[in-house]
Design a protein around this ligand. Structure first.
Ligand code: BG6
Length: 503
């Protein structure tokens, strides 16, 4: 165990869900194995269903064995599971919380951890406020004078539009101080996402090119091949692609690619720079048809497998108009980026799971050479290829730069080539999961990778008019065949002959 291993009581509210089994417990297990979590730290799962500690441990054993990136043996599990507890609580019953507070106190007495708590709201969003309110009423929110620490992590979605997000912020502010509210976006915990800032501000040769003089446009793609497996249709049909992924994960990626260098690499400075970008976003809110495209998948094939149309999926109404694909053209109205399109697209049932950011540079001012592509001895003339810098967020995490080089021989011809850095070639350690990093940061009190309410509001401000226009438009989303790169309309979003970069 590290000397500075984190210690706190960790309580997961809503512990019977998928998130706890697939992400949170495996992440905590890895942190413990890597010595980042003190051996005394209790982890308490809380949910309505009756269950003993032993039953909870057995369930989590299965989940962690399946989803953790560190191996689980009898010995490691025995040590880890001694600190795992389960308590029954009907989260919607405020009167039950004082009893739970007592039970938690008893666990803490037993483990010897007392004045620091991390509460994780893994509940449905409707329960965020009632749960926080009941926690406060039961006296579990320490006031400013107390030396006890409470941090409450809220999962997404934080609101469903601008008004509801603002209202949630206002209501929570009556119960908790801003330093007690931690809004998580798991994309920020991904190693490759953090690397965007290191790549930009830790090297001298790229950053001078990141501006409207050199960059033609930026494309951000978060593509998934999955549809509505594991019963998630019920949740998804209320949300859709724009709320589920674009409003949060993708706009955070945009902020990191576009922000100015911070004065210091500290939460406050990074937040400040991100906010300036998010507040300068324009586009979709003005003329939705011109700046935004939505789609819904029809039946098709993913690889060799036939998959049904969205409207035929489990828990989806057969007349649903919910979008499973969204693409936006976003502009950043500042001196660095004025006029440079940031094209964002996300969809379910696209050909593969891949997240990428492609920065496409302008072509040289004169076209002195012919560009050819050759296979063996056969070469064909192609359009001049602009330089491109691609951050591959997942899978096969990498960064690549494409450029033109002289084709060997007695002619002056450009041949496009690529320079690659792949994590798996350069490093032997496996990449930590996003939730490992974010849970550890929250335990340590480092909010650099968490979102503040003003960032969130800026994102909702951009997408809410799009959501409203789509709700009001009876035409519904354009269909695209499952296993293709989305609806035709998305190609028209890209102007001036630009094309989507399909990974
Ligand atoms: C979640 C969305 O926030 O992110 C899911 O709710 C989506 O619909 C997921 O599949 C994507 O995350 P990742 O880490 O698998 O790219």
């Amino acid at each position: 165990m590290n000397a500075d291993a984190a210690e706190a009581s960790i309580v997961i509210f809503g512990a019977s869900g998928d998130l706890t089994a697939r992400k949170l417990l495996p992440a905590l297990y890895c942190l413990a194995q890597d010595g980042f979590l003190s051996d005394r730290t209790p982890i308490v799962g809380v949910a309505r269903r009756e269950k003993s500690d032993e039953e909870f441990r057995a369930e989590m054993f299965k989940a962690v064995s399946q989803h953790s990136r560190r191996p689980v043996t009898e010995e490691t599990w025995k040590k880890f599971s001694e600190r795992l507890f389960y308590r029954v609580l009907d989260l919607s019953n405020a009167e039950a919380y004082p009893g739970f507070a007592q039970e938690l106190g008893q666990i803490e007495q037993k483990t010897g951890v007392s004045d620091k708590r991390l509460f994780y709201m893994a509940t449905t969003p409707e329960l965020f406020f009632p749960t926080a309110e009941a926690i406060a009423k039961a006296g579990m929110v320490p006031d400013r004078r107390s030396k006890s620490v409470l941090r409450m992590i809220f999962e997404k979605p934080f609101g469903t539009d601008l008004t509801s997000a603002q209202e949630l912020t206002r209501k929570l502010a009556r119960l908790l101080r801003e330093d007690q509210i931690w809004r998580i976006d798991h994309y920020l915990g991904k190693e490759t996402v953090q690397n965007i800032l290191l790549f930009r501000f830790g090297n001298a040769i790229f950053e001078p090119l990141f501006n409207r003089t050199h960059v033609d446009h930026v494309q951000i793609t978060v593509s998934e091949s999955l549809g509505m497996e594991s019963g998630r249709g019920g949740f998804y049909d209320k949300s859709g692609a724009l709320r589920d992924v674009v409003q949060n994960h993708m706009l955070q990626l945009l902020a990191l690619v576009a922000m100015e260098p911070p004065a210091f690499f500290k939460a406050r400075d990074i937040h400040h720079e991100k906010l300036k970008i998010l507040e300068s976003m324009r586009g979709a809110e003005q003329d939705v048809k011109r700046w935004a495209v939505r789609g819904q998948y029809s039946a098709g094939k993913i690889g060799k497998e036939d998959v049904p149309a969205y409207r035929r999926e489990d828990r989806i109404p057969p007349d649903s108009n919910r979008e499973t694909y969204a693409a936006l053209d976003v502009r950043i109205d500042n001196w660095r980026w004025g006029g440079v399109p940031f094209y964002l697209r996300h969809g379910k049932r696209l050909p593969k799971r891949v997240s990428e950011i492609a920065v496409q540079f302008k072509l040289p001012p004169t076209n002195l050479f012919k560009t050819v592509e050759c296979e063996g001895d056969i070469c064909e003339l192609v359009e001049a290829r602009p330089n491109k810098l691609v951050f591959r967020i997942q899978p096969s995490e990498a960064i690549s730069i494409s450029f033109g080089t002289k084709r060997p021989g007695m002619q002056y011809q450009i041949h496009p080539v690529q320079m690659d850095f792949a994590y798996q070639d350069a490093f032997t350690t496996s990449l930590p999961e996003a939730y490992e990093r974010l849970l550890l940061d929250a335990l340590r009190g480092d909010s650099t990778l968490f979102m503040q309410s003003d960032e969130l509001e800026a994102c909702w401000r951009l997408v809410t008019p799009v959501l409203e226009a789509w709700e009001a438009d009876p035409a519904g989303p354009e269909l695209y065949e499952a296993g293709t790169w989305g609806p035709e309309g998305a190609n028209k979003l890209l102007n001036h002959g630009r094309r989507w970069h399909n990974p």
